[in-house]
Design a protein around this ligand. Structure first.
Ligand code: GAL
Length: 681
C-alpha cells in the first residue's frame, strides 16, 4: 500500500462530518451571525468554504483579500466547526478571462465560451494553470496549518473539456508519449479508413466538429487525455499545498450520475480521500438503489472510507421539476451513504442563495429561514449523526463492507459506448452498470466495484457489464480469475474491441471468445419495446446476437422468433471456474432473478435474508472491533429485527426485537459477524 493509500484508508475524523457548502461572501454579517447560531442548533460540525470564491479572494490580479475569510474562520473556530477549504479554480474571475481570453475553453464546434457562468477554463492553458497554482499556494500558505482545516477540496468537479489550441498541443504531446511513433498511432487508429493517415503528431487535432462521423479511436483517446490533463492540474495544486507544508488530506469532488469526464481509479490514487457529489435522477423507488450505487462506487474508488461532499437536502430534479425528497427519505439516504463507507453527510448548500443561477437549489436553510420544516428535519439529522460518531472509527484491517461480488467499472466503457453509430445508439454504459448493481441491491447482496487488473481474491463472482474495449492484460486477467476458480459473468457489448476500439474479428465478442467458448456472427439489436422470451423463463430486450457455442454449455435459448432454438446465455468451464456469457439484453426482472440465482449457487447471500423483499435495506459496516448494521426501511409495512445489539439512534435494544416503522431507520451495534434475523409478524 502506498503512503497515499494509507492516508486515505485512515480518513477517520472521529465523528460523522455534517454540514455543507457555506458561501458567506454572498451574505451580510447579520446573516453570518444567524448562520452560525443555526449551525450550532443543527449540530453542524463541518462547512466547505471557498468553492467559487476566486473573485472574492483575488478581486484584481495579484491583490489578495482574505480578511473576510480570516474572520469567518475565527467565528467557525469559536463555534467548534471545522472546514474543508476549496481552491476556487473552477471559476476564474472576470479579470482573468479578460487578460487571458486564450484560457477560455473551446467547444468541438470551435465556439470559444465566454465568461458569465462557471467552469469556463481551458485546462491546458498555461495562464490558467499558473493562476490556479498561485491562488492555491496563497491559500495553502495562509490556511494550511489552521487547526480547523479538515481537508483541501481541490477545484470543483473537474470536467470542462477544451478543444482549443492549447488542448491541441497538449493532446499531441500526450499521443506521442503514448504511441511513440506516428506509424503506431496510425495503426491503432485505423487511419487508413477515410484517408486519415497522419505524417506527424503535429497534424492531429482534438476531435472537433467535422463533416460526418469522427474517428472513434481519436475520440476515446481525447477523453483519456482530457482526464489525464485535468489530473495533472489537480496534482499541481496538491504540490503547492504540500510545498507550503500543509499536511491536511486532499480531495476533489467527483460527480455522479450524469456525466463522466474522469477515469476515477487513477484520480483516487492521487487523493488522500475520495469525495463524491451525488444528485439523484429519479424520485421513484430507484432513488434508494441509486444512493447505494453512488456509495459503492465511491467506497470502491477509495478502497476505504470516503466523503459525501454534496447532496441535495430537499429536492430531486426530474424532467424539469424539482420534486420533494421528504424528511424521512433525506435522513435514510444520508444514512445509506454512511452505511457504505461515507464519513460524512455534507450538502450543497448551507443557505439557499437569494440570487445567482442556483437560487432555487435546495439548501439546509431555505429561503424561509430557520423557522421551517426543512431546517427542522436538518436539525433532526444532526442529532442522529452526532450519535453515530462511533461509526466513523475504522476497522483495524479488512474492508469497511465485506462483499464477495465485484462489478467491473472503468471509464473506458462509458466513453466507448458514446461512439456514434454503434449497432445501437440506445445503450449507455451507466445504464448497464446501474442495472447490474440494482439487481444485487434488490437482492440485498453487498457488492464492490473493481478496477481492471485488481486483486480479486475477495470476490467469488465478477460481473462485467458492457466493457466494450478490453486490452490484452485485461483479457488475461479474466482468464486467470476463472482458471483460479472465479465465476465470471460477462454481458453483451463487452470485449468487442481492443483498447483502441478496433474490432477483434473472427466472431464476437472477439476478445473473449476463447474464454467464453462462443462465436457470435451477428449483433442484432431489437426494435424499441420488443421483448423475446428465453427457455429459462426470462425475457430479453434491446439486444440479441446470432451466437454459436464452441466450447460451452447453453443456459438459455431463444424460444421463438428468428433466433428460436439458438443460444442466448452460455457457460464455459475453465480450470476451477466458470465464465457465463449473457449475449442478449436481460430485462431488469431477468437480470434480478438470474444474478441472484448465480450468487445463490455460489453460496453468496444477502446481508439479512428476507429484508430486501420487504423493502428493508440492511448494510453491515465494519468498525473498530464491532459491526454496525444499518437498517433503512423503505418499505411499507412495519418490520421487526432481532439481534444482540442496541440501536445507536434511539438506544433501544434489539435483543427481543426492534420494531422498524415505515420510513424508519436504525443502526445496530453488533459484535463482529454476530447473527441478525428478521422476525415474522
Ligand atoms: C454540483 C456543484 C454545486 C452545485 C450543485 C447543484 O454539481 O458542485 O456547485 O452546482 O451541483 O446541484
Amino acid at each position: 500500500m502506498s503512503v497515499e493509500q494509507a492516508h486515505r484508508r485512515g480518513f477517520a475524523p472521529g465523528q460523522i462530518l455534517f454540514g455543507g457548502d457555506w458561501s458567506p461572501e454572498q451574505w451580510d454579517r447579520a446573516t453570518w451571525e444567524e448562520d452560525l447560531a443555526l449551525m450550532q442548533e443543527a449540530r453542524v460540525n463541518t462547512v466547505t468554504l471557498g468553492v467559487f470564491s476566486w473573485s472574492a479572494l483575488e478581486p484584481t490580479e495579484g491583490a489578495f483579500v482574505t480578511d473576510w475569510l480570516d474572520e469567518i474562520l475565527e467565528r467557525l473556530a469559536d463555534a467548534g466547526i471545522g472546514f474543508f477549504l476549496a481552491t476556487p479554480t473552477a471559476s476564474p474571475p472576470p479579470w482573468f478571462t479578460r487578460a487571458h481570453p486564450d484560457a477560455l475553453p473551446v467547444r468541438p464546434d470551435g465556439v470559444r465560451l465566454t465568461h458569465g457562468s462557471r467552469d469556463t477554463y481551458a485546462i491546458s492553458a498555461p495562464a490558467y494553470r499558473e493562476a490556479a497554482r498561485r491562488i492555491t499556494r496563497r491559500l495553502a500558505d495562509r490556511y494550511g496549518h489552521h487547526p480547523g482545516l479538515r481537508g483541501w477540496h481541490l477545484h470543483n468537479e473537474y470536467g470542462t473539456l477544451d478543444h482549443g489550441p492549447h488542448a491541441e498541443h497538449a493532446f499531441q504531446a500526450w499521443l506521442e508519449d503514448r504511441y511513440g511513433t506516428i506509424e503506431a498511432l496510425n495503426a491503432a487508429w485505423c487511419t487508413a479508413f477515410w484517408s486519415q493517415g497522419y505524417a506527424s503528431f503535429e497534424e492531429i487535432t482534438p476531435p472537433r466538429t467535422t463533416q460526418y462521423l469522427p474517428n472513434p479511436s481519436q475520440a476515446i483517446d481525447f477523453r483519456r487525455f482530457s482526464s489525464d490533463e485535468m489530473l495533472a492540474a489537480m496534482v499541481e495544486q496538491r504540490e503547492e499545498i504540500r510545498a507550503a507544508g500543509s499536511t491536511a488530506p486532499v480531495t476533489t469532488n467527483f460527480m455522479l450520475p450524469t456525466w463522466n469526464h474522469l477515469e476515477q481509479w487513477s484520480w483516487a490514487e492521487r487523493e488522500d480521500v475520495v469525495s463524491l457529489d451525488h444528485y439523484l435522477d429519479t424520485a421513484g423507488p430507484d432513488a434508494e438503489a441509486h444512493v447505494a450505487y453512488g456509495s459503492d462506487l465511491a467506497r470502491s474508488w477509495s478502497g476505504g472510507p470516503w466523503v459525501l461532499m454534496e447532496q441535495n437536502a430537499t429536492g430531486i430534479r426530474v424532467d424539469g421539476r424539482t420534486l420533494a425528497k421528504g424528511a424521512d427519505r433525506m435522513i435514510r439516504h444520508s444514512l445509506g451513504y454512511i452505511a457504505r463507507g461515507s464519513q460524512s453527510s455534507l450538502f450543497f448548500q448551507w443557505r439557499q442563495s437569494a440570487g445567482g443561477a442556483e437560487q432555487w437549489h435546495g439548501a439546509l436553510v431555505p429561503h424561509a429561514g430557520g423557522r421551517s420544516r426543512v431546517f427542522a428535519s436538518i436539525a433532526r439529522l444532526g442529532g442522529i449523526l452526532e450519535r453515530l460518531a462511533p461509526v466513523a472509527a475504522l476497522p483495524a484491517d479488512g474492508p469497511l463492507v465485506r462483499a464477495e461480488v465485484g462489478i467491473l467499472w472503468h471509464a473506458d466503457g462509458w466513453w466507448a459506448l458514446e461512439t456514434p453509430d454503434l449497432p445501437s445508439s440506445h445503450l449507455t454504459y451507466s445504464a448497464e452498470v446501474r442495472a447490474t448493481h440494482r439487481s444485487f441491491w434488490r437482492a440485498g447482496i453487498p457488492v464492490d466495484f473493481v478496477r481492471p487488473l485488481a486483486d480479486l481474491s475477495a470476490h467469488r463472482l465478477l460481473v462485467v457489464p458492457a466493457q466494450y474495449p478490453l486490452s490484452d492484460d485485461q483479457v488475461s486477467w479474466f482468464e486467470e480469475y476463472v482458471e483460479g476458480g472465479g465465476e465470471l459473468v460477462v454481458t453483451y457489448l463487452s470485449g468487442l474491441a481492443d483498447e483502441h476500439l478496433r474490432i477483434a474479428t473472427g466472431g464476437y465478442p472477439g476478445r473473449l471468445r476463447r474464454l467464453l467458448g462462443v462465436r457470435g456472427q451477428e449483433l442484432l439489436p431489437l426494435p424499441a419495446g420488443e421483448r423475446v422470451a428465453l427457455s429459462d423463463g426470462s425475457e430479453v430486450e434491446g439486444w440479441t446476437e446470432l451466437l454459436g457455442v464452441e466450447d460451452a454449455e447453453v443456459l438459455a435459448r431463444y424460444t421463438h422468433g428468428d433466433l428460436a432454438g439458438l443460444p442466448a446465455v452460455t457457460r464455459a468451464r475453465r480450470g476451477e471456474g466458470r465464465a457465463v456469457y449473457v449475449s442478449a439484453g436481460w430485462t431488469q426482472e431477468a437480470r434480478d432473478r438470474r444474478l441472484a440465482e448465480i450468487a445463490a449457487e455460489l453460496g453468496i447471500g444477502p446481508t439479512l435474508p428476507g429484508a430486501a423483499e420487504a423493502g428493508l435495506e440492511a448494510v453491515r459496516r465494519r468498525g473498530d472491533g464491532m459491526d454496525f448494521l444499518f437498517l433503512l426501511h423503505h418499505g411499507e409495512r412495519p418490520l421487526t429485527v432481532r439481534a444482540v445489539g442496541d440501536d445507536l439512534i434511539t438506544g433501544a435494544s434489539a435483543r427481543d426485537g426492534l420494531r422498524l416503522a415505515q420510513g424508519g431507520a436504525a443502526v445496530l451495534t453488533l459484535a463482529p459477524d454476530a447473527p441478525v434475523e428478521l422476525v415474522e409478524d
